[in-house]
Design a protein around this ligand. Structure first.
Ligand code: ADP
Ligand code: MG
Length: 413
């Protein structure tokens, strides 16, 4: 599996190769400093010693020789070591992401010629996304039963996390350039304009941060889920696959929502969203020539019924009998055969049920049922009906936050 993923991410990031190679060469003079910074990050986690610095050294030396695959392989090797040493999966990913962040000052140092910087930030962002993928794959290789839930949850977060990430890079580029210009001018009018840009970018960065925090705080305690909203969410999260990728293949996939006004279900929102994403992706993958996906909700007695219908390739009875078994897939790599495994485990945990009707060549109907939340109605806030004036005192040590726009935002919230 690791080999296949290494091939795939090498392919996916190939366009960035020359920029990455150039950076590896340019950063030579302060490479040791960079490696030391990464090692610090690793030490701060107090994870057992694994060759994190070595991985980065091998990564950069392969990049210098324009060998992307070898660069990623070095990280795969580290990932396997970390998983064997029982470094938590979340810690491993955090390490990769923190390392990416720690790179920024070095990047700004190496690239004071403006036109290159956005290209490089893009390339590094793609390369670090690839490192996250290869790390996840390494963890699955070492002990799938131990890590699969975390990896799957993380993958869903990635779908939106990717967007936050790209935004962060853009904002970092704006901030970096603005700060360089600020250092070069003493013209008061110019400085004022530049500071305004800087402050706006800083506010943007904070908003992205909040989005990322939200994505990370998988709601584990609240077990009341708005089924229609989550189904809509899942359709949005997967839009890239059923709209953009389908269009790129020249086929049309329609997603139709047929929602009844159902009460909340007794399940955590993040778990249910994950189930919906897995099932919608299966439906999309069952429609290589396009077709129709219907998402339906209704109430029957004390249960919410969710139906996901596709008119795709369908499956045989033998296949249907194996649904839910870990690693069962008829699709081959890179598919992991984990979708239904997660679906069954989640439904078991929350007293849900599932059934599948399918005919080869005709399509598939997946029906889920979930108990209605016991406290249904209690968790829902009454609409605000009164307005009253109030004074708001805003204290922040970040001057850019104390702009009128930001205060208006806080007030609205
Ligand atoms: P994966 O999608 O990675 O193969 P899943 O657990 O999601 O793993 O699905 C297991 C198998 O069930 C698939 O490989 C496929 O053969 C079959 N399957 C699941 N959903 C559908 C569907 N909507 N239409 C046809 N076959 C499906
Ligand atoms: Mg699947």
């Amino acid at each position: 599996m690791l080999d296949h993923i290494l091939d795939q991410i090498t392919d996916q990031t190939h366009d960035h190769l020359s920029v990455l190679t150039e950076f590896a060469v340019r950063s030579e003079p302060f490479a040791n400093e960079m490696f030391r910074a990464w090692n610090e990050i690793y030490r701060a986690t107090q994870a057992p010693p694994t060759a994190f610095e070595e991985a980065f050294r091998a990564f950069f030396s392969a990049l210098k020789q324009a060998n992307l695959r070898e660069a990623y392989t070095a990280f795969g090797t580290w990932g396997i070591e970390a998983a064997r040493a029982r470094v938590e999966y979340d810690t491993a990913l955090q390490l990769v992401r923190d390392s990416q962040r720690a790179l920024l000052p070095f990047v700004l140092r190496a690239y004071d010629d403006a036109p290159h910087l956005p290209l490089l930030l893009d390339a590094l962002s793609a390369a670090f996304d690839a490192l996250v993928t290869v790390t996840s794959a390494a963890y699955l290789t070492v002990a799938p039963e131990r890590w699969v839930d975390r990896v799957a949850t993380h993958t869903v977060g990635q779908l939106t996390g990717g967007a936050a990430h790209a935004l962060n890079n853009l904002l970092a580029a704006i901030l970096g350039r603005t700060q360089l210009l600020l250092a070069q001018t003493s013209d008061a009018g110019m400085r004022e304009e530049l500071e305004a840009i800087q402050n706006t970018a800083a506010v943007g960065a904070r908003m992205v941060r909040r989005l990322q925090d939200y994505l990370q705080s998988a709601e584990t305690t609240n077990t009341i889920a708005d089924v229609n909203a989550l189904l809509r969410d899942a359709a949005e999260l997967t839009r890239f696959m059923w709209r953009d990728q389908a269009e790129a293949r020249g086929v049309v996939i329609d997603v139709v929502k047929d929602f009844a006004d159902v009460p909340p279900a007794q399940i955590t929102a993040s778990a249910l969203r994950q189930v919906f994403v897995a099932l919608i992706l299966n439906a999309v993958e069952a429609l290589p020539n396009g077709g129709l996906i219907t998402l339906r909700t209704e109430r029957k007695g004390d249960r919410v019924i969710i139906t996901i219908v596709d008119n795709g390739v369908g499956m045989s009875d033998e296949t249907r009998a194996q649904l839910g078994k870990a690693s069962f897939t008829t699709k081959g790599a890179p598919h992991l055969g984990m979708g239904w495994h997660i679906v069954t485990k989640t439904l078991q945990q929350f007293q849900g049920t599932w059934s599948v009707e399918s005919k080869v060549g005709r399509g598939t109907t997946v029906t889920l049922t979930l108990p209605i939340a016991k406290t249904a109605g209690r968790g829902i806030k009454p609409p605000m009906t009164t307005t009253r004036a109030a004074n708001i005192l805003v204290i922040d040590n970040e001057p850019s936050v104390l702009s009128l726009g930001a205060i208006a935002q806080i007030a609205r919230a």
